[in-house]
Structures are given as structure tokens and as C-alpha cells.
Write a protein that binds this ligand. Sequence first.
Ligand SMILES: C[S@@+](CC[C@H](N)C(=O)[O-])C[C@H]1O[C@@H](n2cnc3c(N)ncnc32)[C@H](O)[C@@H]1O
Length: 361
Amino acid sequence: MCNNCNLNIDAERTDEFGQKLLQIVNHSALSFMLSIGHRARLFDIMSEMEHATSEAIAEQSGMNERYIREWLGAMVTGGIMEYDPVLKTYFLPAEHAALLTRAAGSNNFATTMQWFSVLGSVEDQIVDCFSEGGGVPYSEFARFHEVMAEESYNSVVCGLFEHILPLVPGLEEKLNAGIEVLDIGCGSGLALIEMAATFPQSRFTGFDISEESIGRAQASAAKRGVTNVTFQVQDVSQMNLTNTFDLITAFDVIHDQAKPDQVLSQVNTALKPGGTFLMQDIAASSNVEQNIANPLGPMFYTISTMHCMTVSLAQGGAGLGTCWGKELACSMLEEAGFNNIDVQELPHDIMNYFYTMTKMS
Ligand SMILES: C[S@@+](CC[C@H](N)C(=O)[O-])C[C@H]1O[C@@H](n2cnc3c(N)ncnc32)[C@H](O)[C@@H]1O
């Protein structure tokens, strides 16, 4: 008998599930309001204000009071802000501001909330893919490179010197002395620019297939005034470089690839003997049952269906997906020629594992 025909369903279980769905409705709605609060800088502004009326917040932000008041309604009913019904004032508690403002750096959840509208911009095409297969290319996503740059500022740049580079013993000394560094799929290049500014004796190269992101990276490097970094439009599955780099980094890149096996093998060839590959990739298992307890499980599979997997499939690629997982990652790295892979989790980034390995001669 099919489930829907079964009259002996557990009413309590259905009720509990209904409560969960109700929460999902409200939390999904709030994700848009949190994203808007971030983009309009309202959390940053309100974190510096005492209890204030919507008029005072509008005046301070220079924005429209009617929109602000409606948005504040979502913030109050959603438990993000406090409201005094007598004085009609709104307040962002410092404990909440600590997770919602730009000053919060890697703790800023509001940056991540922007992904839902980015994904929503391609929902129609994704639904078509469910019946027709294929994928949606990077170019179809509204604001992808802009949001990615903000997200990776939090997960890479904010932890670069304190957490990420120290994963490789002696690396900072080598960077100070002067080495060749490549970042594959560099996006807007913020991590590379930060390293180039800090280690003037080293030379840094960023490759990305996207003209938009390379343009953004070149503009940021020029603005920062760093001259030891070069950005180039390049498909990293076809680099064809041998024994060229002392360090290659890949921040949140490999699982999106059309040809991830080819990219990893090209990385191995492009490294000098003794050189290091440092790969940041999603903290998940290759097995769905081991991701049930993952605090970001639904987020990972959603972002995969609506971005990471589909951009790869759009190129006729492998479509590994966000949850290709540690098990598959390690076996693909071994197939590419790496055999001393270390996998670490870092305190500033709950979304990713950090893989480090050395190329043997
Ligand atoms: C998820 S984003 C990460 C960007 C950047 N590493 C960061 O942390 O901000 C993946 C990047 O890989 C780039 N990419 C995808 N396939 C590529 C390929 N075959 N060659 C070079 N870049 C590629 C995309 O254009 C995109 O910028």
C-alpha cells in the first residue's frame, strides 16, 4: 500500500513534521531579510546605535523609512532584534551583532545568507535540468563572483596567516625568502593579493576561467598597489606547466570542476619536486548517511544541486557536487600522484577541510 493511502499514519509524527515545515517557512523568509540587512549595511549601522525608532534608523542610514520599518518587523518577529512597543524602538543586541556585521569577519553569517537569492536567480533553469539533464553555467548566476569574494574573504583571508599557512611547516619562512605561488580558480583573487602584499619577495599567479573574476582580481591588485601578482584567464585543466611552482593553492575550487581528475594531475605536474599543494574543500563525507549529523548538510546539498554540481554538468563535466567528500577527495588526490595527504579542520571555517600534501620527486 502506498504511504498516502495508509490511514493509520502517526498523527503526532505528522504534527511534529508540520511544526518543522513551519519553521522552515519562517527561516527561509528570514534568510532573505538577513541578506538584505547585510547588503544595505543595516546590521553594521544598527550595531553602533542604541534603541532607535525606524525614523532614526532611516535617517542614520539615509534609506527609506517605510522599507526599513517592514524589514524591522521581520527582524523582531524572527528573534533577530528586540522591540520596545511603548517607545517603538528597535535594538540589535551586541551578541547578535557579533554574528551579523562586517566587523565580525569569519563569524558573519549575514554574508552567507546572500547565497539563497543567488541560487534563486537560476531556479527556473535548475527545474528544467531535473527533466532534461545538463546544467546551468556560471554566467547565469546573478552576483556569483561578488558574493564568492565576500564569502572567501571570511573563510580564507580572515584565517590565512593565523590558521591556514601555518598548516605547512616552514611555509612562511619560504614565502619570506621568495617562492613561486599559484592559486587555481582564484576568483576575485583576494587571498593571493593579501599574500603578495605580505611576502614581497615571492611571486604570485592566479588562474581563473572567468573573465569577470580575473578583471575583478586585476582591479583589486592595482588598487592595493601590489606588483608581485599576476592574474590570467586560464582553464586550469589545461595549464600544461611542469615543475614551475613551490606552492599551489585551491580554495573551494576542485569539486566545481568539469575535469577534476585532470586538474589534480595538472597540479601535481606543475609543482616542483618537494612543492606543496594546499586545498580547501567542503567538510563533508562522500556518504550521505555520514552527512546527516553535519550541521550544514542541507545547505551543502542545496548549494550543490543549484550551483556546484550544475556548473560542472553544464560543461559536460563530472558533476562531483559539493559533497564529493573526504573519502573520494583523498582517493582522487592519490590517483593524481599525491601520497602524503594531511586533512585538518580549522576553527575559523566550519564549512571546509584543509588538505595539504607534498609532491615527491
Ligand atoms: C567556488 S569559486 C572559488 C573562487 C575563489 N577560489 C575563492 O575562494 O573566492 C570557483 C572558481 O573556480 C573557477 N573555475 C571553475 N572551473 C575552472 C577551470 N576549469 N579553470 C579555471 N578556473 C575555473 C570559477 O570561475 C570560480 O571563480
